[in-house]
Design a protein around this ligand. Structure first.
Ligand code: UDP
Length: 418
């Protein structure tokens, strides 16, 4: 099926979509050429089999108007003609410039298909989900080639153009929403920061926040303070993206706990670091330990404990953790309990890095299924969660997200606890 699609179906897909879009958009391209400063040009790119071809595009004036045309990718529309000519596909790896690829990579699998007008990597960048290198994503694309994948990418490209990341190279160091200040960082930089703190043996509290926890912080000044006083605050999920977009802030990457965790394990495995898992129901952290031992054997899991204990047991729990001498402690008790608990017990715990991770253990123990990647890329993981636990999640997502957006719009630029 996928071979048939690669050899014939894909071309039909390209012709149908390129013809449709050309009929719709070429008149606008023609009109734009009447605007002073707009010109049609072609640039040499590497096509199928790394053979050069000329990709058409528009040169736009260097003013606000030209910038807007480029921001909405209007300047790339003439490349629809390259698709009709068979030099490009609608979906495929980005067309590279000559010299952008090293000679030893010339036979890379990405050249076994035509370059695309929309690339899978671009969609990931726009949906703030770029963890792998571009060529890795291209290779995965070619391996899984099929109509389902192409339609999915097209669908996600449309979605990300609505709420996706702004293309910018200038990011502020922090992002601010509803009185909470988050670090504008990437997964890789967050892990590097934690690693540095382990080496320096500096006590470090890491908090993840999503729309739900920002709603909690909005009505709970004490929780807001706990989060803001953390050493690293990471914004997680579509709510943060929409909130940032509404307040005109650019997010570098969606650094969520579930995607960070395997990368953190990979890093800890290389460094032979020690991890303690505290939280969730009895038996769950043990299953997470099994998963870590199987997939990242270099990580030393020095202790596990469920997250349900009485206040009278608190000192014993802290002592148990302290004696285990972990480098990183993960606390999965849900917000605001876990962040507050970490803050209150940080000295007694003696760990360099403690992270509040919410429902993470439930995912990695296999207790709760995670949404497929296409849903995560499209920013609709919450729909999957809603279907899994309709009652609890209705309040959190349907009501919570609306309340969150209303609050963002009405609180723009102010701190609720000032
Ligand atoms: N939990 C816990 N102790 C408690 C309350 C909750 O360990 O006293 C666990 C619970 O079993 C679940 C996690 O905390 O594994 C919270 O999950 P939830 O989905 O509510 O967290 P979120 O990701 O939304 O913060």
């Amino acid at each position: 099926m996928s071979k048939l699609y690669a050899s014939m179906g894909k071309r039909i897909f390209d012709l149908v979509f390129a013809t449709l879009f050309s009929l719709l958009l070429f008149p606008m391209v023609g009109i734009s050429l009447l605007i002073p400063g707009v010109r049609l040009l072609s640039k040499q790119r590497l096509g199928f089999g790394a053979k050069p071809f000329n990709e058409f595009r528009l040169r736009c004036p260097l003013d606000g108007f030209g910038h807007t045309l480029e921001r909405i990718s209007f300047h790339r529309l003439p490349a629809l003609w390259n698709i009709l000519l068979g030099q490009m596909s609608f979906i495929g790896p980005r067309a590279l410039r000559d010299g952008e690829i090293r000679p030893e990579e010339c036979c890379h699998i990405r050249f076994s298909v035509s370059p695309g007008f929309i690339s899978p990597w671009w969609v990931r960048v726009r949906s703030n989900m770029t963890f792998d290198a571009e060529f890795t994503i291209d290779a995965q694309y070619v391996q899984k080639i099929g109509i389902k994948q192409d339609v999915g990418i097209l669908f996600r490209a449309a979605l990300t153009s609505v709420y996706g990341k702004e293309e910018t190279t200038e990011y502020t160091k922090t992002l601010s929403l509803l009185g909470v200040t988050m670090d504008n960082t990437t997964t890789a930089d967050a892990i590097a920061f934690m690693d540095q703190r382990i080496r320096e043996k500096t006590r470090t509290r890491v908090s993840f926040v999503n729309a739900d926890s920002l709603n909690k912080a909005f009505t709970d000044a004490a929780f807001c303070e706990v989060v803001n006083s953390s050493d690293l605050v990471l914004g997680d999920g579509i709510g943060i993206k929409i909130g940032a977009k509404l307040t005109k802030q650019s997010i570098k990457e969606n650094v969520n706990g579930t995607d960070l965790f395997p990368r953190l394990c990979e890093h800890m495995s290389e460094q032979n670091q020690k991890l303690y898992l505290l939280g969730a129901k009895d038996g769950i952290p043990e299953r997470v330990r099994d998963w870590i031992e199987k997939t990242h054997p270099g990580v030393n899991v020095v202790g596990v404990r469920n997250g349900f204990f009485q206040a009278s047991e608190n000192d014993a729990v802290c002592e148990q953790i302290r004696n285990a001498e972990a480098d990183i402690l993960l606390v999965a008790q849900g917000a605001p309990r876990q962040e507050t608990w970490i803050r209150d017990n940080m000295d007694a715990l003696g760990v360099p890095v403690a992270i509040g991770v919410g429902g993470l253990f439930d995912f990695y123990s296999g207790q709760t299924a995670r949404a497929p990647i296409w849903m995560r890329e499209a920013g609709i993981e919450w729909m999957f969660r809603l279907l899994q636990e309709p009652r609890r999640m209705f309040k959190r997502y349907i009501i919570g997200n609306v309340v969150f957006i209303v609050r963002i719009l009405s609180q723009f630029g102010t701190c609720p606890h000032e």
